[in-house]
Design a protein. Structure first.
Length: 127
């Protein structure tokens, strides 16, 4: 490989690394801004685990029919809101809450939005 091509390759690698590094830092900036008060949100982040029954699941979701635990991460106004959220969202995707709901204050993986919302919905079947 001649010197100009080698230099071009290194330049391209540097640009690609810089762009990737920039996007990674942009993704985590919201966490730092929230943590240190540069940005605020009226919401609190929770992870919710709800015992229930999976039925016919909506497109994009899968779980065998029967008993399951639904896990969901939510941005909510207060600790009283997540049970309503998990029941409402669950019923829209084919999950009926029939048992205990556990709520934990946790570190977020997605930034808050204008309104309360849930994300990262997962199901774990059990007998």
């Amino acid at each position: 490989m001649n010197i100009p091509n080698f230099f071009a390759l290194i330049t391209l690698m540097f640009i690609a690394t810089s762009v990737q590094g920039q996007s990674m830092s942009d993704d985590s900036d919201w966490k730092l801004k929230l943590r240190y008060g540069k940005e605020t949100t009226p919401y609190t982040h929770y992870t919710v685990l709800a015992e229930g029954v999976c039925g016919e699941m909506a497109e994009g979701f899968s779980c065998p029919k029967g008993n399951a635990i639904m896990g969901i991460k939510v941005w909510a106004t207060d600790i009283d809101e997540p049970p309503y959220m998990v029941k409402s969202i669950g019923s829209q995707i084919g999950f009926e809450v029939t048992g205990e709901i556990q709520i934990y204050a946790t570190e977020p993986e997605e930034p808050p939005r204008e309104n309360p919302h849930g994300y990262d919905i997962q199901f774990t079947p059990f007998d």
